[in-house]
Write a protein that binds this ligand. Structure first.
Ligand SMILES: Cc1ncc(COP(=O)(O)O)c(C=O)c1O
Length: 409
C-alpha cells in the first residue's frame, strides 16, 4: 500500500513565488487549476521517460505529458542529442538555419496537405497567423469557430467576458456549436461573402466536459461549405497533432483542410510551432508581416526533426492509440468492479475520462486527486495524453496505483 504524498517543499516555494509572480505560478500548475490544491504538486525538479519528480522527491507517472508536448518521454536521448549537437554549432544567429529548410521539407513530405511550412514558437502564434492568411486571401473579416473551442490566448480567441478584452476583439468572430454543419451553413447565409475562415480542432475537447468525436459526415460537410463559398478551412491540430496520424489528424478523419496548425508534440517539449498549408495560400502567407525574436532558433528545429523522424519510425500514433486503449479500458473495468462508471471520450491516445456517478464532478475530482497523491498524475478537467514512454510496465504500475485510489475513494 503506498502512502500519500507530502508537498511541503513545493508549498514553501509557492509562498516565495506568490510574492514576486502574479498568481505565484501562472498557467497549468497554478494552485486552484487542479483541485483540491493540497493534493497536487506545484514545482518539478526532474523528469525522465513517463515520470516527473516534484520538489519533495515524489514521483509521478505523468498522464498530462506537460499538456501534450512530451510525446517520446521526458529527456528522450535522440531528441536531446540532436538539440545539444545543434547548440554546439549555432542556435539563434543572424542567419536562418539550414535546419529550418530540412524541417519544412520533412513536414511537406509527411503531411499530404502541406506544400509549405512556417515556424513560430507557440500554438497561438500559428492559429493567429492562419486567420490572418485567411483574411488576406479572401479580403473578408469574419472567422467562424466552435463554442468552447480553444486556440490560444490572443484576445479574439478568448470567450467574451474574459478580463482584458474589448468588444471589438471579437466583433468578427462567429461561434457555432460543435458537430453542427447546419449552424455553419446558417452563418454563411447570414454573412454572405464575409467569412474568411473556419477554424476548429479535429474533434471537440472542451475543458471540464466530455470530448466529442466528429459525427459521420461532419468534416466532409464543413469542407464542402468552405469550398462552395471560398472559405479557408483551418485545422487546429496543436493538441491532437501526431497522436492520431503522422499526416495530420485530418488524415485520420478523412478530410483536407487548407491550413494545419501544429505545436505540442512537434519537438518533444522544445519550443516550436508550425503552420503548414496548400500551394494556393503560399503567396498570401508570404505577404503577411509575422515574426518573433526567437522564432528562428535552430535548436528546437533540430529537436523537431529528430522527434518527427522517431515518431514516424515507431508508428507512434498507432502505438499510443493501442496502449491507451489497453490502459483506459482496464481502468473502466476496474472502476466498474468498485461500482463506478468511468466514461472515456475522445481518442484512446488522448482520452478524456470522467467518473459519472455524481453530476457535480466532485467524485471525479476526488478520485483524480487520490491517484495523483499516490503517483499517477491526472487532471480532472482536461483530456489526458499518452506518450511512447507509457509502455506495458508503466501501464501496469499505473493500474496498481489506480486500484489503491479506488479503494481509498
Ligand atoms: C487546440 C489548441 N489550440 C491552440 C492552443 C494554444 O497553444 P499555445 O498555448 O502553445 O499558444 C492550445 C493549447 O493548449 C490548444 O490545445
Amino acid at each position: 500500500m503506498t502512502t500519500t504524498y507530502d508537498y511541503s517543499r513545493s508549498q514553501e516555494l509557492f509562498q516565495r513565488a506568490v510574492k514576486v509572480i502574479p498568481c505565484g505560478v501562472p498557467g497549468h500548475m497554478s494552485p486552484g487549476v487542479n483541485v483540491p490544491p493540497a493534493d497536487y504538486p506545484i514545482f518539478t525538479e526532474k523528469a525522465k521517460g513517463a515520470m516527473f519528480y516534484d520538489l519533495d522527491g515524489n514521483r509521478f507517472i505523468d498522464y498530462m505529458c506537460a499538456y501534450g508536448p512530451m510525446v517520446l518521454g521526458y529527456n528522450n536521448p535522440l531528441v536531446d542529442t540532436a538539440a545539444t549537437e545543434q547548440l554546439k554549432s549555432a542556435d539563434l544567429t543572424m542567419g536562418a538555419s539550414p535546419k529550418m529548410v530540412e524541417l519544412a521539407e520533412l513536414l511537406v513530405d509527411m503531411v499530404p496537405v502541406a506544400d509549405w511550412a512556417f515556424f513560430a514558437k507557440n500554438g497561438g502564434d500559428v492559429t493567429n497567423y492562419a486567420t490572418m492568411i485567411a483574411r488576406t486571401a479572401t479580403n473578408r473579416k469574419k472567422i467562424v469557430m466552435i463554442q468552447g473551442g480553444y486556440h490560444g490566448v490572443a484576445p479574439w480567441m478568448q470567450p467574451p467576458g474574459h478580463h482584458g478584452l474589448i468588444e471589438e476583439d471579437y466583433s468578427h468572430i462567429i461561434r457555432i456549436p460543435w458537430n453542427d454543419v447546419n449552424a455553419f451553413q446558417q452563418a454563411v447565409d447570414q454573412y454572405p461573402d464575409q467569412i474568411a475562415g473556419f477554424i476548429a480542432t479535429p474533434y471537440h475537447v472542451p475543458t471540464f466536459y466530455d470530448n466529442e468525436l466528429p459525427k459521420e459526415g461532419y468534416w466532409p460537410g464543413i469542407e464542402l461549405i468552405c469550398r462552395k463559398n471560398d472559405i479557408v478551412l483551418i485545422l487546429d491540430d496543436i493538441r491532437h497533432g501526431f497522436r492520431l496520424d503522422m499526416g495530420g489528424s485530418c488524415e485520420y478523419f478523412g478530410f483536407k483542410p487548407d491550413l494545419i496548425c501544429f505545436c505540442k508534440a512537434l519537438a518533444n517539449g522544445f519550443p516550436i510551432s508550425a503552420l503548414v498549408g496548400r500551394e494556393s495560400l503560399k503567396l498570401e502567407a508570404a505577404k503577411i508581416f509575422y515574426t518573433g525574436s526567437y522564432w528562428n532558433q535552430a535548436v528546437p528545429m533540430a529537436a523537431a526533426i529528430a522527434c518527427l523522424t522517431e515518431l514516424k519510425r515507431l508508428n507512434a500514433p498507432a502505438v499510443m492509440l493501442e496502449n491507451g486503449e489497453k490502459l483506459f479500458s482496464a481502468m473502466q473495468t476496474m472502476a466498474a468492479g468498485y461500482g463506478y462508471d468511468l466514461n472515456v471520450t475522445g481518442a484512446w491516445s488522448m482520452p478524456n475520462i470522467r467518473i459519472t456517478n455524481d453530476d457535480s464532478n466532485m467524485l471525479h475530482q476526488q478520485w483524480c486527486a487520490e491517484c495523483t497523491k499516490r503517483g499517477v498524475f491526472l487532471a480532472s478537467h482536461h483530456n489526458l495524453f499518452m506518450s511512447l514512454a507509457h509502455d506495458e510496465a508503466v501501464i501496469s504500475q499505473t493500474l496498481e496505483i489506480v486500484d489503491e485510489a479506488f479503494n481509498a475513494l
